[in-house]
Design a protein around this ligand. Structure first.
Ligand SMILES: Cc1cc2nc3c(=O)[nH]c(=O)nc-3n(C[C@H](O)[C@H](O)[C@H](O)COP(=O)(O)OP(=O)(O)OC[C@H]3O[C@@H](n4cnc5c(N)ncnc54)[C@H](O)[C@@H]3O)c2cc1C
Length: 404
């Protein structure tokens, strides 16, 4: 949609083929229905939030940085606001406003939109694009249509119900382009421990997640996470999935949560000692309960091998130190990432080596461009993935230039 608007503004005739019954279906569900459409950050802030191939996006971000994206939406009549972490949203908190703004701009620029039309092939001849084969999903008829330029903005594989069915990756493969291995990313993670299920629904705030591969700490961040029936989710976990997801199942990872990152082991032990001294005749579950959420308390005690009804005066020093250990190093064993149905984005895609970063054009096929999530670029949450979509679209529009 963004490339269609910017290209039509330059006097070209543009047609958008969308297989769904409406356009921008994925945008509806972004940012929990509020659409965090970009991140008002500097170039360095953007590039450090891109996980795969940030340098490829350097020039595209210069062409349409986040300020320019916010300006685009404001100019097209959508009020915006910036929240914590520079996250930009429509002022209305409605993702539908982003879609409506794009749809209205397309209409004003005379962009033709063909809904329920599925592109089945990209047609080329002697290293140049010649058109598209398109199936009308209402009558099933496939037609070959001539175009001098084609932009594949087909998305990745995540949330296939929104239309992200990986067709762009298939087109690239059929045209002999390298496609890097794809995997779900920004996705919940399954864990071996049964206690995740026991604690399902429990959210932990201000905890620190540590992940080690051998002696090397491969992830260490603070944040919020949640237990589910299969394992863990929440912002901290999604970030971890993007950064170390590909190591799961391949490398031996040791993962633990520091439930009290603001206090050292010694300080925590002092606090527990004090609690114990003041409550010698009480059951342990009624003494350490102030340290943990209710759903977690029985799990912590079970992991330490302590019967919740035991009296404090009965608890040994070793057992007390175990409670400290369990609090500072609550263990998790990641077994695998959840699937594309639950993944915010797809890691991997059309190799950036095939694409000219100055234009988004395929180096060996003139007139063919790839933009957005179909490319092998992905970023953290915070509006960065849509920023990738907008700026790669703008880069291709700029390269196509005015129709003279
Ligand atoms: C739940 C969820 C929440 C998210 N929240 C955010 C957020 O708040 N901020 C953020 O920055 N990012 C967010 N993202 C990521 C962001 O939505 C995507 O990175 C972005 O939409 C990618 O844009 P795209 O245009 O490349 O692909 P898409 O938005 O996936 O659009 C591709 C379109 O192409 C169509 N299509 C595909 N193949 C064909 C074909 N053969 N013929 C015709 N049409 C076809 C599809 O139907 C689809 O409409 C979220 C993703 C999810 C799943």
């Amino acid at each position: 949609m963004m490339s269609a608007i910017l290209i039509a503004e330059q006097g070209h005739s543009v047609t958008v083929f969308e297989q769904n019954e409406r356009i921008g279906k994925k945008l509806y569900i972004t940012g929990k229905g509020r659409c965090n459409f970009t991140n008002a950050c500097s170039r360095d802030g953007f590039l450090s939030s891109v996980i795969s191939n940030p340098r490829f996006l350097y020039s595209a971000f210069e062409t349409m940085n986040s300020e320019a994206v916010i300006d685009f939406f404001e100019r097209h009549g959508m009020k915006t606001k910036i929240e914590r972490g520079n996250r930009a949203f429509p002022a209305s908190d409605k993702s539908a406003d982003v879609i409506d703004t794009l749809r209205d701009a397309m209409r004003r620029q005379g962009v033709k939109v063909r809904l329920r039309n599925r592109v089945s092939r990209i047609l080329t001849d002697e290293g140049r694009v010649t058109g598209l084969a398109v199936i009308n999903l209402d009558d099933g008829v496939e037609k070959c249509l001539d175009f001098d330029r084609v932009i594949a903005a087909t998305g990745g594989l995540s949330y296939p119900s929104t239309g992200a069915t990986g067709d762009g990756l298939r087109f690239a493969g059929e045209l002999g382009l390298r496609v890097t291995k794809t995997s779900p990313s920004l996705v919940p993670i399954e864990c071996e421990e049964r206690y995740c299920e026991e604690m399902q629904g429990l959210s932990l705030r201000n905890v620190e997640l540590h992940i080690k591969s051998g002696k090397k700490e491969v992830f260490d961040e603070f944040g919020e996470m949640m237990f589910t029936h299969f394992g863990v989710t929440g912002p901290l976990i999604l970030t971890a999935s993007a950064e170390i997801g590909q190591m799961i199942g391949k490398k031996e990872l040791r993962t633990y949560i520091d439930l009290k990152p603001a206090v050292s082991e010694e300080k925590l032990d002092d606090r527990i000692l004090r609690l114990f001294a003041e409550n010698r005749n009480k059951a342990v579950q009624n003494v350490v309960n102030e340290l943990y959420p209710a759903k977690m308390l029985p799990v912590i005690l079970a992991q330490c091998g302590i019967d919740p009804g035991r009296k404090i005066h009965d608890i040994t020093k070793g057992e007390r130190l175990q409670i400290v250990q369990m609090t500072k190093r609550f263990p998790l064993t990641f077994t695998r990432l959840r699937g594309y149905n639950e993944a915010v984005i797809t890691k991997g895609g059309v190799s950036v080596r095939e694409i000219d970063p100055g234009s988004m054009e395929v180096k060996k096929i003139a007139g063919l461009y790839f933009v957005g999530e179909v490319l092998d670029v992905d970023a953290l949450t915070g509006g960065f993935n849509l920023q990738i979509a907008w700026c790669t679209a703008a880069q291709c529009a700029k390269a196509i230039g005015p129709n003279v």
